[in-house]
Design a binder for this molecule. Structure first.
Ligand SMILES: Cc1cc2nc3c(=O)[nH]c(=O)nc-3n(C[C@H](O)[C@H](O)[C@H](O)COP(=O)(O)OP(=O)(O)OC[C@H]3O[C@@H](n4cnc5c(N)ncnc54)[C@H](O)[C@@H]3O)c2cc1C
Length: 506
């Protein structure tokens, strides 16, 4: 193979590939991006998902916490994220069978305190919450800047952070034990636990859950999840703008089908029959995709286990608890995600059954940012609702994706409807459902794993080679996507780090 020569060829034009490409082009490298799909952005696309309705939803990823301000500044991105006043709302029925809800605002306030007191009148649970999250916040603030530096070793990072108690319970002890130790109530435990499960098919007692928890809590030093103004596609549009201005060439409908590495270069062939040659090759695609193209063993990884449902609502549904839906859905709405329910659903799914009542969480983009709807839809009271179901692993869909999709949808609706005055079906204008197998089909996420592969702790083991966490066994080939160490999520971090690794390798 041979073909037109570039300094760098990147397989895939997800947000991380675009970040890598722009850093490299700004440093004077010639860069070509090859994207398999028609659309750019991978898991960060916004699309008009509902035929006949003027609404552009973030089709896959929807909230941003991990994207460092430094990357936004370095690349001069005109991209804004909006804080939500409400952190979460979790409806439940109390021991007397009354419909209640745990309300948590972003900053601890009287309404949150009152809500915790309904669960624990002693105030201990509320205090435990404040203590735990202030310890985690201290950890987050210290660790966040290290994500854009070469990897520290386990010992170096532990010493650098100098928070031995928090290190032990976040990194070494199973997070499930920690949660049960620090909190007494099953609902409160569940709200904490979900951050350890989103995107990961794990029990609360697997260390994989610790890693997931860590990434959900450390973004930008605060762990705050914000709404991207204009939807996730707004980020992609900005990245495409700065990449193009820096001279990056982006080609769509160019699936990479062959890679050959020699001592001088990496040669690449695409499904369109075109060939290219580069000094360095970056994979924005998952490590499993890269391994297959190189004839190597794919990394062991858990199945993806999330179901994503995008919904256009004619109006917000009323809640049995009497909570104003504009508050209940303004943050993250949890249903049937108590600690016990999450563990129970995990066991059901692990044993091959669709959980009878899926643990789900939802949020309403348009309560924070209505700009993704036409003014007419907004004025008529329409809203978007994103539903994310946990513990629906790809294996449950293998036998028949369509039948399992229907079963999962019914289970998710049953879960939600338990807390609504009227069934959600009555207020739905349009809907689309993405199973883990759909994610693999559409954007090549192996087994629908939303993080490309199992997440890894943000350090290297003592005694290992210095690294940015993006290297492969071939000095010309790097990972610039979510599958790198410190990848996963909308962060641009592996893109940045791969660019730095290439620039420091010459
Ligand atoms: C349903 C869902 C919800 C999520 N929610 C959130 C969220 O709210 N917040 C958050 O931070 N993260 C979320 N995530 C995770 C986050 O979106 C991803 O981890 C992140 O977007 C990955 O970005 P990336 O650029 O590394 O890879 P991707 O976005 O996966 O892009 C990789 C690109 O490579 C292309 N490609 C693959 N193979 C080839 C090939 N052979 N040739 C050419 N191109 C190829 C793909 O088509 C794709 O465009 C979610 C993910 C999913 C799927």
């Amino acid at each position: 193979m041979s073909g037109k020569k570039y300094d760098v060829v990147i397989m895939g034009a997800g947000h991380n590939g675009l970040v890598a490409a722009t850093y490299l082009a700004k440093a004077g490298r010639s860069v070509l991006m090859l994207e398999a799909n028609d659309e750019i952005g991978g898991a960060t696309q916004s699309v008009a998902a509902f035929p006949g309705f003027d609404a552009r939803v973030s089709r896959y990823s929807y909230l941003v916490a991990l994207l460092p301000d430094k990357i936004i500044k370095d690349l001069n991105l005109n991209f804004e994220t909006i804080s939500r006043d409400v952190s979460s709302f979790t409806p439940y029925s109390n021991v007397q069978g009354l419909n209640k809800g745990l309300y948590v605002s972003r900053n601890w306030d009287a309404k949150t305190e009152e809500s915790f007191k309904e669960i624990d009148p002693t105030g201990n649970e509320g205090q435990a919450w404040q203590d735990f999250y202030s310890e985690v916040a201290e950890f987050a603030e210290k660790i966040a800047p290290t994500l854009l530096q070469p990897l520290q070793t386990r010992s170096e990072l532990r010493e650098h952070l100098n928070l031995p108690k928090t290190w032990k319970y976040l990194i070494e002890d199973p997070i499930g034990e920690v949660i049960c130790d620090r909190f007494k109530d099953d609902i409160v435990r569940g709200v904490v636990l979900t951050d350890a499960l989103i995107g990961t098919f794990a029990s609360a007692y697997d260390l994989q859950a610790n890693i997931c928890f860590l990434y959900h809590l450390i973004g930008n030093g605060t762990g705050e999840w914000k709404v991207p103004r204009g939807g996730m596609g707004a980020l992609v549009n900005e990245l495409v703008r700065v990449a193009s201005e820096a001279g990056v060439e982006i080609r769509t409908n160019q699936k990479v089908v062959a890679i050959e590495s020699t001592t001088e270069s990496v040669n690449v062939r695409t499904s369109a029959g075109e060939e290219f040659t580069a000094a360095h090759f970056l994979s924005n695609a998952a490590p499993g995709v890269l391994a297959q193209l190189r004839g190597k063993k794919k990394p062991d990884s858990l199945d993806g286990a999330q179901l994503k449902i995008n919904i256009l609502l004619k109006r917000l549904p009323q809640l049995k608890s009497g909570m104003d839906p504009k508050l209940a859905f303004a943050g993250t709405f949890h249903a049937n995600e108590s600690f016990t329910q999450c563990e129970g659903s995990y066991s059901e799914a692990k044993n091959g059954s669709m959980p009878a009542k899926l643990p789900i969480e939802m949020y309403c983009h348009t309560l924070t940012d209505p700009s993704i709807l036409s003014p007419e839809l907004s004025a008529s009271g329409f809203h978007t609702l994103t539903l994310f179901a946990l513990h629906t692993p790809a294996s449950l869909f293998d036998a028949n994706n369509e039948t399992a999709r229907q079963a999962a949808l019914e289970s998710a609706f049953a879960s939600l409807n338990e807390y609504l005055v009227e069934p959600i079906q009555d207020v739905i204008a349009a809907i689309e459902i993405k199973t883990p197998l759909d994610l693999e089909e559409a954007i090549a996420l192996p087994r629908g794993n939303i993080f490309h592969r199992d997440l890894q702790f943000p350090f290297r083991e003592d005694g290992s080679q210095p690294s940015w966490g993006v290297e492969t066994d071939d000095p010309r080939i790097f990972i610039c996507g979510a599958g790198a160490t410190r990848g996963g999520g909308v962060s641009g971090i592996p893109g940045h780090n791969a660019a730095m690794a290439v620039l420091s390798s010459n």
